[in-house]
Write a protein that binds this ligand. Structure first.
Ligand SMILES: O=c1[nH]cnc2c1ncn2[C@@H]1O[C@H](COP(=O)(O)OP(=O)(O)O)[C@@H](O)[C@H]1O
Length: 202
């Protein structure tokens, strides 16, 4: 599994002053919802990730070119991956970290809250308009934040494989933005670890 523990963060401006480093920017888009699974389990929040071309889960975004500023580069990547403009501002920045297993790469993470109708528009555009759909991006996925029996829901989602530090980005954003309690996150991680250790796990 490709999950790493939280790497040490670095100031965004400080990271930009490092010589010979590349910068990757990714964003977690989310919205509140009143929808219920099977008419009874509250979904609470729509949180978007994507299935990448390499079969790993990650957030939309990508490498920023050296001439671009970070938010402009991220907005450009989103245009390609989501098929519509989703402007990102410096206020959406959450944390920057050296990539865990990629020397000289800094990962910058952003979080943007949207309306439910806006996030549904993003999902539609990602399939119908995005140039990357079916190529670099296999599809957007919603993160299940609820718990079902036998580890279903968030624990099962967390037991999949994630690119770079995107799993720890997800966990810390869910906690920081109050989408899942710390107690539930701890329980989800515990159950995810158990699911991975099952002898018949794939
Ligand atoms: O969701 C993510 N969170 C953190 N780092 C990521 C995420 N997705 C990819 N990365 C890292 O950033 C690098 C570039 O990202 P990505 O593959 O999205 O860019 P690209 O489409 O411009 O090639 C990847 O090789 C990986 O190390």
């Amino acid at each position: 599994m490709a999950t790493q523990s939280s790497p040490t963060s670095i100031g965004k401006e400080e990271s930009l002053s490092l010589v010979g480093h590349r910068h990757a920017c990714h964003v977690m888009l989310y919205a509140d919802t009143k929808a219920k699974l099977f008419g009874r389990t509250p979904i609470k929040h729509i949180v978007l990730m994507q299935m990448r071309f390499d079969g790993l889960l990650g957030f939309p975004g990508g490498l920023v070119e050296s001439k671009e500023n970070l938010e402009a580069g991220l907005s450009r990547e989103l245009g390609e991956e989501l098929g519509m403009a989703v402007p990102i501002t410096p206020q959406d920045h959450v944390v920057s970290c050296p990539a865990p297993s990629c020397p000289n790469l800094i990962t910058h993470f952003y979080v943007k809250k949207m309306e439910e109708s806006e996030i549904k528009e993003v999902e539609r555009a990602a399939v119908t308009m995005a140039t990357d759909h079916g190529l670099e991006v296999m599809g957007m996925v919603r993160v299940p934040l609820y718990f079902l029996k036998n580890g279903g829901g968030l624990p099962s989602f967390l037991s999949h494989s994630f690119i770079s530090n995107s799993r720890s980005q997800l966990l810390s954003a869910l906690q920081q933005f109050g989408l899942v309690s710390q107690r539930e996150l701890d329980e989800a991680v515990r159950q995810a670890d158990q699911l991975r250790q099952r002898p018949n796990a794939q």
